[in-house]
Design a protein around this ligand. Structure first.
Ligand code: AMP
Length: 296
């Protein structure tokens, strides 16, 4: 599965991407994270990006497109990925279309997290406070001033992607103001509706079957009451066997019927040809026979 998470800074893209990673066993490709790592490592890309990022601007398209193209080729991305923070401009989206086409990969969906902008500042402030509490390093671009600039750049450069992907029938919009788990559920429902995930994909089960997850719900060795789900799962194989036996029976019946009909038709045909032969025989039959017999 390959999806894009679209939304302004503070809309919860990163949080949702992490939850989706756990749920579907795919990787999160965040250009922001990759760039921060490059800055920390002091690579040429990092040196180029450092100032731009600190001021809330956008790193040049060719830089991020190159990073993403290389990352998609890594073995862990083979199973699928979530693009978080990329693409951010229409030229980046066009470059992504090109590189996916070259790699023979298909994009399943673009999920837009729509949020109330006035709430974003509060969210980012809360996030910063929590990070400080945990003693984590706070991002240099997580200040109200820089956030205002990042929001402005989202509006002018990234928002046109909503139109870009809706025109290509890829866009699904979800209310990002709901509680975190409600947003996750809404994304899952959307992916189900699009056929991007299988119905059996439950949270944290990485696609294990109903029966297996239901079996997990049965208390081990205690002989205690089975849960409803476990009972249902246990009944499922018997139900399926009954169903297939039923359909085998009706198939047998159908074959029998067809044979009977064929026999009837054959009988009719034999009768008809016999009648014809008798008629013919009465006209020329006996003459020919007597001739042949006379020769012998
Ligand atoms: P993020 O973590 O997605 O909020 O990104 C942090 C910063 O990294 C952004 O404010 C940009 O300066 C830079 N950045 C991340 N992704 C991109 C991108 N796709 N294009 C340009 N700049 C980016």
């Amino acid at each position: 599965m390959r999806i894009i998470l679209l939304g302004p800074p503070g809309s919860g893209k990163g949080t949702q991407a992490q939850l989706l990673v756990q749920r579907y066993g795919i990787v999160q490709l965040s250009t922001g994270e990759m760039l921060r790592a490059a800055v920390a490592a002091g690579t040429p890309v990092g040196l180029k990006a450092k100032e731009i990022m600190a001021s809330g601007g956008l790193v040049p398209d060719e830089v991020v497109v190159g990073i993403i193209s290389d990352r998609i080729d890594q073995p862990d991305a083979r199973n699928g990925f979530i693009l978080d923070g990329f693409p951010r401009t229409v030229p980046q989206a066009e470059a992504l279309d090109d590189l996916l086409r070259h790699k023979h990969l298909k994009l399943d969906a673009v999920i837009e997290l729509r949020v109330n902008e006035s709430a974003l500042l509060n969210r980012v402030e809360a996030r910063v406070a929590q990070m400080r509490e945990r003693g984590e390093e706070v991002r240099v671009d997580d200040t109200p001033e820089v956030l205002t600039k990042r929001l402005a750049s989202y509006r002018s450069q990234t928002e046109p992607l909503i139109h870009y992907y809706s025109e290509r029938r890829k866009l699904s919009t979800i209310d990002g103001m709901m509680a975190i788990d409600e947003v996750t559920r809404a994304i899952h429902r959307q992916l189900l509706a699009l056929g991007a995930v299988e119905p059996k994909t439950h949270a944290k089960t990485h696609g294990k079957s109903h029966a297996r997850s239901a079996a997990k719900a049965v208390p081990a060795k205690t002989g205690a009451k089975k849960t409803k789900a476990a009972k249902k799962a246990a009944k499922r194989p018997a139900k399926m066997a009954k169903k297939s036996a039923k359909s085998a029976k009706s198939a047998k019946k159908a074959v029998k019927g067809a044979k009977k009909a064929a026999r009837k038709i054959a009988k009719k045909m034999v009768k008809k040809t016999a009648k014809k032969a008798v008629k013919k025989g009465s006209k020329k039959g006996p003459k020919k026979v007597t001739k042949k017999r006379a020769k012998r």
